[in-house]
Design a protein around this ligand. Structure first.
Ligand code: HEC
Length: 276
């Protein structure tokens, strides 16, 4: 899936390149002082969309296409304006209206203010000017994990071979984070070594530290139905948001996961049983 999309982005930015070099020379003389009335990409729009769009619309992000480069915006600006004005993007369902007045702000509200929407629309209507390129913010670096400012990485102690044949294998992989004091987790992600075989991952806290002993020399143990720990608590639940590739052959899967399965059916029923 991801390789298909990055191919699409590549082709598109190559095509858009021409437009940009023309545009850049055309607008280099029109550097407007009035950033508030006539916002430019470099100063107003790029910082805004880094915050409001790029957490999803980036290479490897959950949205189906990237909005990282100026070329991406030149290509998508028109439809982006419609989605932003309709408040469909960024997706944020907590509207404050007559029926439901929001009295307190939400933490991590990703919606845009009226002013931000107006500025974005104005910028598109003005032909999406770049402005003074030297004022552009630094490009966000999400890295391979998709997280900004990542502080820790935990990997499975050993790669796990997923057997072919379509049988689910739900396994637990103990990971020692090595923390000596309590830690707050601000963000997390799971990066499967072989996305084609990892159905979902649930990370539990193992307060008694008994999981390591359960895992054999494989570094993992089968744990259908739950992690089989004393007082486990759920820390992270992860599932790929994109349709999975099917029919892949079995490969060595160095997944950084706590639990993985090969097909969907049995996991579904497991999830259902757990939540009911
Ligand atoms: C929380 C993740 C997330 C954020 C933040 C986000 N998007 Fe999206 N966007 C998606 C997903 C997922 C899709 C594809 C599914 C869909 O169309 O609903 C999408 C689709 C789109 C589309 C295509 C819609 C269509 O019907 O073809 C546009 C345009 C778009 N986004 C623009 C934006 C813009 C502009 C921003 C920032 C102002 C933004 N998005 C922020 C997740 C996000």
């Amino acid at each position: 899936m991801s390789s298909r999309f990055s191919f699409g982005a590549l082709a598109a930015s190559a095509a858009a390149m021409l437009v940009v070099s023309l545009g850049a020379s055309a607008c280099s003389s029109s550097s407007s002082d009035d950033e508030a009335d006539n916002p430019t990409f470099a100063q107003t729009i790029e910082p805004l969309v880094q915050d409001k769009c790029q957490k999803c619309h980036r290479a490897g992000g959950i949205a189906p296409f990237s909005l990282e480069s100026y070329e991406d915006w030149k290509r998508m600006g028109g439809v982006a304006k419609l989605k932003v004005q309709a408040r469909e993007m960024p997706p944020w369902g907590a509207f404050s209206d007559e029926k439901c007045k929001i009295e307190h702000k939400f933490k991590d509200d990703i919606s845009m203010t009226d002013d931000q929407i107006a500025k974005f629309a104005k910028w598109v209507d003005n032909g999406m000017p770049m402005g003074d390129e030297s004022k552009r913010p630094q490009r966000l670096n999400f890295g391979a994990t998709g997280l900004l400012d990542k502080t820790n990485t935990f990997a499975m102690s050993k790669a796990f071979e997923v057997q072919g044949g379509g049988k689910d294998d739900i396994r637990c992989f103990p990971l020692d984070p090595g923390f000596t004091t309590d830690q707050w987790i601000g963000a997390s992600n799971v990066v499967p070594g072989e996305p084609a075989v990892v159905h979902h991952v649930i990370v539990f806290v193992d307060p008694k530290g008994t999981a390591v002993a359960k895992a054999g020399p494989d570094g993992s143990y089968p744990c259908f139905g739950g992690p089989q720990l004393e007082q486990p608590s759920l820390l992270v639940a992860w599932a790929p948001t994109m349709a999975k590739r099917r029919g892949s052959r079995c490969r060595r899967a160095p997944t950084s996961s706590c639990r993985c399965t090969t097909t969907r059916t049995r996991t579904r029923s497991w999830t259902r049983r757990r939540s009911s």
